[in-house]
Design a protein around this ligand. Structure first.
Ligand code: HEC
Ligand code: HEC
Ligand code: HEC
Ligand code: HEC
Length: 457
């Protein structure tokens, strides 16, 4: 019934990761500085073709000696689904969704264009920009009108980078900013990028996102080499994962807390709940008593991000981890206490999620913390804390992020990495199709990860 991360996506995640591991230089654990916000968004969008000249970012193959790969356009055009995002609106699947919603042609509906293109108003369209390019360079890197000239004269230092960000280039290297950017489309916003249960019911694929995995799968069109380190602050994959969880939780909690967003109809908005707590065959009851949930027969708020964040935060601030747990349980319980109680509990949780996002963004996540995280994930999985499909799916990407970061950092022997990677492959398979998901098979993959985890580094 549901769309899911495709087989290709997840196996590709592993291949992409293997490539990153080959190219990656050891993690330099620099703290991220504050980044100036992008300018007020009214600049002209120049269009991906403007970036794609062969002497700019449109080279057929990476350039030797250049500071960036220079073939970003070709990677995006040939391998990145974002370049197909508009075309997806011409598919039969899109037409069916639009037809169910009664909104006419999907490629002309603002509702769909909002996320499937860089949907800026006509007056901001430059001569070479067209929405048919899909999610192009500037949808992520910011409208180029004011920064194009400066960036061609060269960005060599962190100060140069700050200057260009001040001209409206988006600070995609900052994990907080990156999470905020991706989630506007991969989770949706209330204002213009909206994906509610009505659209899910009409047949739109279920959205599920993890920042580190999705950054690798996109695929990455950049290499973190020595030159990159001179221009940009670098966050390792575990930090990227943890920050992604924190921002997702903050947004989810804020969406539930806002009466205008939560009470669109008779019921609270269903997309904030775990889809599979309602949608699964009655013939195969799967409820298992879990401490702190709302109890049997109560739809569960989707707290998969909370569970992951609690584990990440506990590695750096156990008390804050405990606070997240308590507030998460309060939110689950509020499900039986009426919608106002639920909104209040969500508001409370959003504040803690914000504090946690700052905590993980400032944390180091060194090799010792990575190993503790891997062990913590394993222990929690074995205790049955990841039984729901949504949590198991997030957990598998969490295992992937931590193992990949350990590989990138050079903290694992080849043998340990290969064994962990094989167990991870098995784990990804168990969450590929929600209809066939079995917590028992998931836990068996977890046991293989446990067996392959080194006792110390
Ligand atoms: C909040 C942002 C958002 C909105 C609004 C949105 N989409 Fe999507 N859509 C996505 C994302 C993100 C994906 C990719 C999901 C994934 O694979 O993780 C997607 C995937 C799809 C796919 C599957 C594409 C494929 O390659 O298989 C179709 C079809 C689709 N959307 C159609 C629509 C239609 C029709 C509308 C308007 C009714 C719409 N979308 C509105 C974000 C959105
Ligand atoms: C879906 C979002 C997204 C799209 C679309 C996108 N990028 Fe990126 N790009 C990123 C992210 C994330 C990074 C990595 C963080 C960083 O280095 O800023 C990045 C990094 C880069 C870099 C930096 C490499 C370095 O060494 O500093 C270049 C150059 C680049 N992208 C060019 C492009 C071009 C050209 C296009 C369009 C053809 C494009 N990007 C489309 C998200 C995107
Ligand atoms: C303007 C909206 C938008 C933004 C911003 C955006 N995406 Fe997407 N993304 C989409 C849409 C729409 C699709 C589905 C395209 C399709 O399948 O045709 C997609 C697809 C993807 C996919 C492929 C998923 C799959 O199932 O194969 C990955 C990976 C991805 N996005 C990563 C990212 C990352 C990482 C960022 C942030 C750096 C990001 N996206 C930012 C709209 C967006
Ligand atoms: C609180 C319970 C509940 C939650 C949570 C929920 N749904 Fe639904 N869903 C329903 C109901 C009720 C219907 C309408 C009856 C039906 O068609 O099954 C429905 C219908 C649907 C349909 C149409 C089914 C069909 O056979 O045509 C899809 C697809 C769907 N939901 C997807 C989702 C996704 C994806 C999520 C999570 C993001 C989700 N639902 C969360 C209760 C829920």
């Amino acid at each position: 019934m549901f769309a899911q991360l495709s087989t290709t996506t997840l196996s590709f995640a592993r291949t992409a990761r293997a490539l990153l591991a080959t190219f990656g230089v050891g993690a330099a654990l620099l703290l991220l500085g504050a980044v100036a916000p992008a300018n007020a968004a009214n600049e002209t969008v120049l269009g991906s073709e403007s970036c794609g000249a062969s002497t700019c970012h449109g080279a057929i193959a990476p350039w030797d000696g250049a500071s960036v790969l220079q073939n970003e356009y070709i990677t995006w055009k040939n391998q990145d689904k974002h370049s197909q995002a508009y075309k997806a609106l011409l598919s039969d699947k899109a037409k069916k969704i639009a037809n169910n919603l009664g909104i006419g042609a999907p490629n002309r509906s603002e509702q769909c264009l909002a996320c499937h293109t860089y949907n800026v108003p006509k007056e901001r369209h430059g001569p070479r920009f067209t929405r048919t390019e899909g999610v192009g360079c500037e949808a992520c890197h910011g409208a180029a009108e004011n920064w194009l000239g400066t960036h061609m004269t060269g960005v060599r230092t962190k100060a140069d980078r700050q200057r260009i960000v001040g001209r409206g280039m988006y600070p995609t290297e900052d994990p907080v900013k990156r999470a905020e950017l991706c989630l506007t489309c991969h989770m949706g916003t209330e204002k213009d990028r909206r994906l509610n249960h009505k659209m899910q019911g009409a047949g739109h694929p279920r959205l599920s996102f993890e920042l580190d995995t999705f950054t690798a799968v996109q695929p990455a069109h950049y290499v973190i080499d020595r030159d990159y380190h001179t221009r940009k602050e670098v966050a390792n994959g575990v930090k990227v994962w943890a920050v992604g969880q924190a921002i997702a939780l903050k947004r989810r909690a804020a969406a539930i807390a806002d009466p205008r967003r939560n009470r669109m109809g008779v019921f609270p908005e269903f997309t904030n709940f775990d889809c599979h707590s309602c949608h699964h065959p009655l013939e195969k009851p799967r409820y298992e008593r879990t401490a702190g949930d709302g109890g049997p027969g109560v739809p569960r708020v989707n707290t998969s991000n909370l569970t992951m964040l609690r584990i990440a935060v506990s590695a750096v601030d156990p008390a804050l981890g405990q606070e997240l747990k308590t507030k998460g349980q309060a939110l689950h319980r509020s499900g039986t206490q009426g919608v106002e109680a639920m909104e209040a509990a969500a508001q409370n949780l959003a504040r803690t999620a914000h504090a946690a996002s700052q905590k993980v963004a400032a944390a180091k996540f060194d090799s010792g913390q990575m190993l503790s995280l891997l062990k913590a994930l394993t222990d929690e999985a074995r205790r049955g804390n990841f039984n729901s499909f949504a949590t198991a799916e997030q957990a598998s990407m969490a295992f992937g992020a931590v193992i990949a970061a350990m590989g990138d950092g050079g903290y694992l022997s080849n043998d340990a990495y290969d064994k962990l990677d094989a167990a991870l492959g098995e784990m990804f398979q168990t969450v590929e199709n929600p209809a066939n998901y079995s917590p028992y098979r998931f836990r068996s993959a977890v046991n293989k990860i446990k067996a392959a985890t080194p006792a110390s580094l």
